[in-house]
Design a protein around this ligand. Structure first.
Ligand SMILES: Cc1cc2nc3c(=O)[nH]c(=O)nc-3n(C[C@H](O)[C@H](O)[C@H](O)COP(=O)(O)O)c2cc1C
Length: 206
């Protein structure tokens, strides 16, 4: 089994999403010794620019046709990242909310890995997700609180990622959310994190 731990916070030991996701990874390894853990720090990962050649390669992969030499080269770089992604059995994501959505490094990574022939295919009746055997654990963190119906309307973080998992065919998704990280006192934040870490541990051992 291979677990890919992808984190999109630059805040290291101060990161709330990483505190929770990291606990899940630790507990998962205790429960499933021998699991290969691969970590991907997105703020230290150089991803290729998704330019017109990459887009041409993507269109050719989805709908057929002969891509140009430059498109093939661009596509080879993308394929390397996608192949590492699809080689994992379980994904763990640490996801901060940035400007009501996903941090740009995570959006960039997802734009690289959600590719035809790997994450989905174009079927006769529309798109078909190909990653239906994978499992996901996500830890979300947000500075504010989005629990009310009104505030939930401006949460473009969790619904976005949920939809992308669905698009890729991943149904087996566990998630935990730590909210109000920027308005909580140090004591309150510790309480929130202790609770979320215990829940993450329980999910890993389930
Ligand atoms: C660039 C940036 C943008 C942010 N935008 C939002 C936001 O739109 N809404 C919010 O509730 N918190 C926002 N925050 C606060 C983070 O969501 C909060 O600090 C959270 O704990 C980050 O996750 P982390 O602790 O794992 O880094 C922002 C923080 C940064 C650095």
């Amino acid at each position: 089994m291979k677990l890919l731990y992808i984190y999109a916070s630059p805040r290291g030991e101060k990161s709330c999403s990483m505190a929770v996701a990291g606990e899940f990874v630790k507990a998962y390894l205790e429960k499933n010794p021998g699991t290969e853990i691969v970590t991907l720090d997105l703020f230290k990962t150089e991803l290729p620019v998704f330019d017109r050649y990459a887009a041409e390669g993507k269109a050719a992969a989805a709908r057929g046709g002969e891509p140009s030499e430059r498109a093939k080269q661009a596509w080879d770089k993308i394929a390397e990242i996608v192949e590492e992604f699809v080689s994992a059995d379980i994904y763990v994501f640490a996801v901060p909310m940035w400007n009501f959505g996903l941090p740009y490094v995570l959006k960039h990574y997802l734009d690289c890995v959600i590719q035809p022939g790997y994450a989905f295919r174009v079927g006769e009746n529309g798109y078909v997700g190909l990653l239906d055997k994978k499992k996901v654990f996500v830890a979300y963190a947000r500075g504010g609180v989005y629990a009310s119906e009104e505030a939930a309307k401006i949460d473009f973080q969790r619904p976005h990622l949920r939809h992308l998992f669905k698009f890729m065919g991943i149904e087996n998704v566990d998630e935990l959310t730590v909210e109000g990280t920027m308005i909580a006192s140090a004591e309150e934040l510790k309480e929130k994190l202790d609770k979320a870490r215990a829940e993450a541990r329980a999910l890993a051992f389930r």
